[in-house]
Design a protein. Structure first.
Length: 411
């Protein structure tokens, strides 16, 4: 029997664990109550939160009990972990409104019926803390020297870390202690940027209560350039359909970089690993099949099957509609060119789509060129025979409106 730990490990979620062997053993023996915190700093959860939500869902499916903590109290402070600037201070009204949205979204993704999961808001205990009592009970267990060397604050020393934010770690640690006492919560999970905050809570419970407590962090999804995934030129990819339409949401995953497809299938869908491995091994033009499955599955989880189907149909018909209308300018090129392979810029040049190679390069880097509905991310990408569809054509899209067909002919 594979445990929740095995599942998360096999799917590539786990980045760091505090006590790996004990955690493994615990997962084998008992139902574990664990928690993940979400600070309602915006109107909606984002694609960035989605990895941790998926981990929560896998844990729940394996029979463990999630606590989703909404950080109504911690958001009053603002987590400085990994941030180069201090966040704008938010009003209580903003925080409460966002918290309501977070609750609704989480309730769609995790099963909260019959106590199978618990939702809490740390405003309920943090807002009433007595300063002196808190310092004597909690503050006494934290070493300022150690806190100053924590990885998560490194990026802040240039611009300065305020005392307000410096307290954040203690607040999050206190949450874990509170949940440990109230709900017997023994494990905190989170993105890898949360490692120091999680460690703070683990050590607080161990010192103050003399009880076991554990922490584990997950991989953060990044692009091949190391930037946070789930962001577009227009901003974050939101889970709220009013902020990012199910169609745009679908298209984001449909146009993901080739090298990220397998990782996303593994972390963001429930497909069995055999299927993830099969799809992840597809190459050349076939990788588009894998991207279609990814986009469909992620959209289904977040927006439901109907919206996923609609988005898929719309994406396909937009592309096919363009291709079939007949009015699309077409350039015929000999098959030998594609047997050898031709780089995208030279191909666009042959089709008279560009004034200069530097224009083409700029366009591609801005994400303004796609081939067969796949964004070209690399100026050196080579087009070969395998990119052609059954009717010997490929579609190049330049900017928002210019479609151009390349027909492969055998002269
Ligand atoms: N600090 C976490 C959110 C969080 C808040 C309170 C907690 O107890 C745990 C986690 C984040 O920024 O993502």
């Amino acid at each position: 029997m594979s445990t929740a730990f095995d599942v998360l490990m096999e799917r590539g979620f786990i980045e760091q664990t505090t006590h790996e062997n004990e955690i493994k053993e615990m997962f084998e023996k008992e139902q574990v109550t664990f928690y993940i915190g979400f600070d309602p700093t915006a109107e909606s959860l984002t694609a960035g939160h989605f990895v941790t939500v998926m981990a929560m869902a896998h844990m729940q499916q394996a029979g463990h009990r999630p606590i989703a903590l909404i950080g109504g109290g911690t958001t009053m402070i603002g987590d400085p972990s990994g941030k180069s600037d201090m966040r704008k201070m938010m009003t209580t009204e903003q925080i409460n409104a966002n918290a309501e949205n977070f609750k609704k979204q989480l309730s769609k993704l995790i099963d909260f019926s019959d106590g199978k999961a618990i939702m809490v808001n740390n405003a309920d205990w943090l807002l009433n803390i007595n300063y002196i009592e808190f310092l004597r009970e909690v503050g006494v267990h934290f070493s300022v020297n150690r806190m100053l060397s924590a990885e998560c604050y490194k990026s802040r020393y240039e611009k300065g870390l305020t005392f307000l934010e410096f307290n954040y770690m203690l607040m999050q640690s206190y949450d874990f202690l509170e949940l440990n006492k109230k709900h017997n919560c023994v494990l905190q999970l989170g993105g890898n940027d949360q490692w120091s905050n999680i460690l703070g809570g683990v050590e607080l419970i161990r010192r103050k209560e003399n009880k076991p407590a554990f922490g584990m962090t997950f991989k953060l999804l990044t692009t091949s350039e190391g930037k946070k995934m789930g962001k577009t030129e227009k901003g974050a990819v939101w889970l709220d359909p009013n902020k990012t339409s199910p169609y745009d949401f679908y298209q984001y995953w449909r146009n993901i970089e080739d090298v990220k497809v397998k990782e996303c299938l593994s972390l963001l869908t429930f497909l069995p690993m055999e299927e993830v491995n099969r799809l992840g091994a597809l190459e050349g033009a076939k990788i588009n099949q894998a991207k279609e499955v990814l986009a469909y599955e992620v959209t289904k989880i977040v927006h439901g099957e109907q919206e996923a189907q609609k988005a898929e149909t719309a994406a396909k018909s937009l592309f096919m509609g363009g291709a079939k209308s007949g009015s699309i300018p077409t350039t015929e090129l000999d098959q030998s060119i594609f047997e050898e392979g031709i780089d995208i810029i030279s191909l666009m040049d042959k089709a008279n789509l560009i004034q200069s190679r530097s224009e083409a390069r700029r366009l591609i880097l801005q994400g303004g060129v796609s081939v067969n509905d796949n964004k070209v991310n690399d100026v050196n990408v080579t087009i070969t025979l395998s990119d052609f569809k059954d009717d010997d054509t490929i579609m190049i899209k330049k900017g928002k409106k210019v479609y151009h067909q390349i027909k492969c002919v055998n002269q």
